[in-house]
Ligand binder design. Structure first.
Ligand code: PSU
Ligand code: MN
Length: 339
């Protein structure tokens, strides 16, 4: 009892020091949000934090690779000087930073198949119906922004689906980047999508797209090149952090999309994976899956895994570990700019 009470007073002190006022405000209103003490402390003292999503865990990879990858990505963020904040929903509570047992619980998709893929439109229902959920890029952006986290690392973000000009299947991730002042570090978008239209739409929305590394090419997830150029390029974390900081100083509401290509040794296999992607997209059109809304992306990811006999999974793990490394470095540099 005593210890609990003492802890609470320490917590209140830390909270009052510097945690984002937007987060304080919603917690005071009774919003069901739990911030992991380590994340809370880092935010209060302006130390680097990197947000991580959980749809990749609940709907993007099979068990147990999903769990091992989520753990590995958290340690890579730490090795690069930042605190990981893996975001997810458990029994209707938003968790900003998961305890190890909570991550295991969300990852065990065989035991818990009803876990929801949570995009912006699902947040209210999932909270009120007390469901478990993996956060997509859009939802992770929302909670990262609320907490004042400036960097979010993931594998791929959603975009305009092929044929999206007719079906209007355009991921909510794109719109969210206009509302959340967060640097989203990803390996680009997967070629299950229409990459050209995705970039066009980001331009319309006013979201800067920045390639990170040696080339201007916007990366295509399994492959280092998409054939489309990013309007901007940086090759170090200081310049990347500076872009975020400039937008912050201007109080701009939008984020930045950083495209970090998959490590070079995965480029050769990328060509083979690309063929599997084409087959999977074709199958989804034939069997009607492409009309199933939020189920389309998870189905295509799973099918590419089957068609490549798991080879796509190794690339998927490698590219997210790589973005976590870059994300950790950008967050560390950003914290220096805020000092
Ligand atoms: N792309 C991937 N792997 C993923 C996703 C996208 O290569 O796991 C997930 C991300 O969480 C992304 C979401 O935010 O899918 C997009 O889903 P939709 O296309 O339904 O918006
Ligand atoms: Mn969609």
């Amino acid at each position: 009892m005593l210890r609990g009470a003492a802890n609470r007073s320490v917590k209140t002190k830390v909270l009052s020091r510097g945690i984002a006022s937007s987060l304080k405000d919603v917690i005071h209103r009774g919003a069901p949000i739990d911030v992991h003490p380590e994340v809370e402390e880092a935010l209060a003292y302006n130390r680097p934090v990197v947000a991580l999503e959980t749809t990749i865990v609940t709907h993007g990879m099979p068990y147990p690779t999903n769990l091992y990858t989520a753990r590995s990505v958290e340690s890579i963020v730490r090795e690069n000087g930042a605190i990981p904040a893996t975001i997810g929903l458990i029994k209707g509570r938003v968790k900003i930073g998961l305890e190890p047992h909570e991550l295991e619980y969300l990852a065990d998709i065989e035991k818990n198949p009803s876990v929801v893929k949570v995009s912006r439109r699902d947040i209210g229902p999932v909270i009120s119906l007390k469901k478990d959920g993996g956060t997509t890029c859009s939802t992770t952006l929302i909670f990262a922004a609320l907490a004042g986290i400036k960097v979010f690392a993931t594998g791929g973000l959603g975009g305009v689906h092929r044929g999206g000009e007719n079906s209007m299947d355009v991921s909510a991730d794109l719109q969210e980047l206009t509302r959340c002042p967060v640097g989203l570090v990803s390996a680009g978008v997967k070629s299950i999508l229409d990459i050209g239209r995705t970039l066009e739409f980001l331009e319309t929305l006013g979201v800067p797209v920045v390639s990170y590394g040696e080339t201007d090419d916007f990366p295509a997830f399994y492959s280092r090149q998409s054939g489309f150029r990013s309007p901007w390029r940086v090759d170090n974390p200081v310049d990347a952090a500076q872009i975020l900081h400039s937008q912050h100083q201007l109080k701009m509401s939008n984020g930045v999309l950083f495209g970090v290509p998959i490590p070079e040794q995965y480029e050769a296999i990328g060509q083979e994976l690309q063929r599997a992607v084409e087959t999977a997209v074709h199958e989804a059109d034939e069997n009607g899956v492409s009309k199933l809304g939020k189920l389309v992306t998870p189905w295509l990811l799973k099918r590419v895994g089957e068609l490549t006999k798991g080879k796509s999974l190794a690339s998927n793990v490698a590219l997210i570990e790589n973005t976590a490394m870059v994300g950790g470095k950008i967050a560390a540099e950003y914290a220096k700019l805020r000092e």
